[in-house]
Write a protein that binds this ligand. Structure first.
Ligand SMILES: [Mg+2]
Length: 247
C-alpha cells in the first residue's frame, strides 16, 4: 500500500457519526503506520478545534489547518507556520476590511475566538446574502482590496486574504510533506471545502450529507477523481475509500 496524505474537514464530514468515525480511525492509524499523514482542515479556530476534540473521537492529527486555511499548526500548542503566515500578508489589510464591512447591518460579527489576523468572520442569513454578497464584493474591489468571500452552510461568511483558503493550504501542506496529488485524498461537506476539491487532481470524497453549494459545484465540475457518497459523515468517507479501492 502506498503512503497516503489524508486531508479532511471535521464538522459534518469526519465528525457526526461516532461509530463510523471510530471505524475510520482504525483505517487512518493503519495508513499512518506505513508512512501516511492525517491532516484536519477546519473552519474552526484552534481553540474551537480543541473544544471539538473533547467531544468527538478525534486523535491528534499530523497537521491542523485551522480557520479556513489561514493557520497551519504542526503542533497543537505551538505557533502557526510562519512561512504560511508570510504568504498570506500580500494584499491583506484587516483594518480596512473591517471598516468596509461596518456599512452592512446584516453582517453579525462572530465571536472573538473565530476572528484572527487573516480571517474576519460574520454570521449572515441566506436571504440577506443574496443581495449583500455582490455589493460587498464590489465595494471591496472598488477600494482596491483583494479579498475572498467564502459563504458556507447558509450561515457563515469568511473574509480571507486572496491566497488563503483550504485549497491553497492543502497545496502548501502537500508539497511540504512531499505527497503527489494522486496519493492525496480530500473530504468535505460544505462551501469552504470547494477549494479542497478544486485545488488540483487530488482524489475527493464528498459526503452524502453535503450542503447544496458543494453539490451544485460538484455537478458543474464533474471529474472521475471525485466521488459523491450516499452515506453521511465518516460512513460516507469509508464508502469513498472503498470506491477508490483503498479498503
Ligand atoms: Mg464541514
Amino acid at each position: 500500500m502506498t503512503p497516503i496524505l489524508f486531508v479532511t474537514d471535521l464538522d459534518h464530514t469526519l465528525v457526526g457519526d461516532d461509530f463510523a468515525h471510530e471505524q475510520l480511525n482504525e483505517w487512518l492509524l493503519e495508513a499512518r503506520s506505513i508512512g501516511g499523514k492525517v491532516v484536519y482542515s477546519t473552519g474552526r479556530s484552534r481553540i474551537r478545534y480543541q473544544e471539538l476534540a473533547l467531544e468527538a473521537p478525534l486523535f491528534d492529527p499530523d497537521l491542523l489547518i485551522a480557520s479556513v486555511g489561514t493557520a497551519i499548526y504542526s503542533s497543537l500548542d505551538g505557533a502557526p507556520d510562519p512561512e504560511w503566515q508570510k504568504k498570506l500578508t500580500a494584499g491583506w489589510d484587516r483594518d480596512r476590511v473591517m471598516a468596509i464591512t461596518a456599512h452592512f447591518a446584516d453582517l453579525v460579527l462572530q465571536p472573538e475566538t473565530e476572528q484572527s489576523a487573516f480571517k474576519v468572520s460574520f454570521l449572515l442569513t441566506e436571504e440577506a446574502a443574496i443581495e449583500l454578497l455582490p455589493q460587498l464584493d464590489h465595494l471591496l474591489k472598488q477600494q482596491g482590496l483583494d479579498v475572498q468571500l467564502i459563504y458556507s452552510s447558509g450561515r457563515d461568511l469568511d473574509l480571507l486574504p486572496r491566497y488563503a483558503n483550504k485549497g491553497s493550504a492543502l497545496t502548501f501542506v502537500r508539497q511540504t510533506l512531499g505527497f503527489p496529488p494522486e496519493n492525496t485524498i480530500v473530504c468535505g461537506d460544505s462551501g469552504n471545502d470547494i477549494a479542497l476539491f478544486a485545488a488540483g487532481s487530488e482524489l475527493g470524497i464528498i459526503v452524502g450529507n453535503a450542503q447544496p453549494e458543494l453539490l451544485s459545484w460538484h455537478r458543474d465540475h464533474p471529474t472521475p477523481n471525485h466521488y459523491l457518497a450516499k452515506s453521511h459523515c465518516a460512513a460516507g468517507i469509508l464508502e469513498g475509500l472503498q470506491y477508490f479501492g483503498f479498503r
